[in-house]
Ligand binder design. Structure first.
Ligand SMILES: Nc1ncnc2c1ncn2[C@@H]1O[C@H](COP(=O)(O)OP(=O)(O)O)[C@@H](O)[C@H]1O
Ligand SMILES: [Mg+2]
Length: 243
């Protein structure tokens, strides 16, 4: 479970995240939907203990992001879209294994897990190749595998399909669905309505740092007289997202 209470982040005068509260239940995919600059990445970075909130608190798997930061990190897998941060000169397998070591996994356990993940992602043919030589879609799969090598219960994916081609997007979405089937708890940020509609049990709309609406798609549609998500989004977010 993920519990967020009144969390805020200020960068000087910019209020990047403004008193967000929400709960994500076990086994649920929660979609964080917002335009560029809305505060999605900042929110996820705070949950991942990479950034300290200005105020407010959050618990992941029962651990407080400030008091138990290390335990939080051991319970989560994180993937930030765009730059994958792989080591170009290491093979895919080495990249993934390295993260396993950082998570205190033993070599046989790492090997076994890489086998499973490689199969799940269809990476067998390029597992031994250097990461630097791969296509963007292939790299993204390696980055996914690496982020969940330790089989965490909670996964935070920040715009994981941004910049990928259609078949890679499909692959990533399938993967996220499978994680849900395995009972994982997931927050997925996106600016794609269709992605959120396809994958998420509940969705939160974030605008200029504030959570302006959240609920199941059905709830949102009922509340907003059956408009589709895009209409609801435009209505709530309106014009520009500038500070
Ligand atoms: N390190 C930072 N320093 C100053 N401002 C930042 C920093 N990171 C994010 N911001 C600002 O916070 C706001 C939210 O950014 P971000 O969380 O990246 O939005 P999103 O991921 O939804 O596009 C933006 O106005 C952005 O410019
Ligand atoms: Mg972002």
């Amino acid at each position: 479970m993920i519990e967020i209470q009144n969390i805020s982040k200020h960068f000087d005068k910019v209020v990047a995240v403004n008193k967000i509260s929400l709960k994500v239940n076990n086994g649920e995919i929660f979609g964080l939907l917002g335009e560029n600059g809305a505060g999605k990445t900042t929110t996820l970075r705070m949950l991942a203990t990479m950034l300290k909130p200005t105020s407010g608190r959050a618990k992941l798997a029962g651990f407080d992001i400030i008091k138990d930061a290390e335990k939080v990190r051991g319970s989560i897998g994180i993937l930030f879209g765009g730059e994958t941060g792989l080591y170009d000169r290491l093979s895919c397998e080495e990249n993934i294994a390295y993260f396993g070591q950082l998570n205190d996994m033993k070599t046989p356990e790492i090997k076994e897990r890489i086998k499973v993940l490689s199969k799940a992602f269809g990476m067998d043919s390029y597992l031994k190749r250097r990461a630097g030589k791969l296509s963007k879609g292939m790299k993204q799969k390696v980055a996914f595998a690496r982020s969940i090598i330790h089989n965490p219960d909670i996964m935070l994916f920040d715009e994981p399909t941004s910049g990928l081609d259609i078949s890679s997007i499909r692959g990533v979405q399938e993967f996220i669905k499978n994680c849900k089937e395995e009972g994982k708890t997931i927050i997925l940020s996106s600016h794609s309505m269709s992605e959120v509609e396809k994958l998420c049990d509940r969705v939160g709309i974030i605008n200029k740092g504030s959570l302006v609406e959240y609920g199941t798609l059905e709830e949102l549609k009922q509340k907003h007289s059956d408009e589709d998500l895009e209409e609801i989004f435009i209505k709530l977010v309106g014009g520009k997202n500038e500070h």
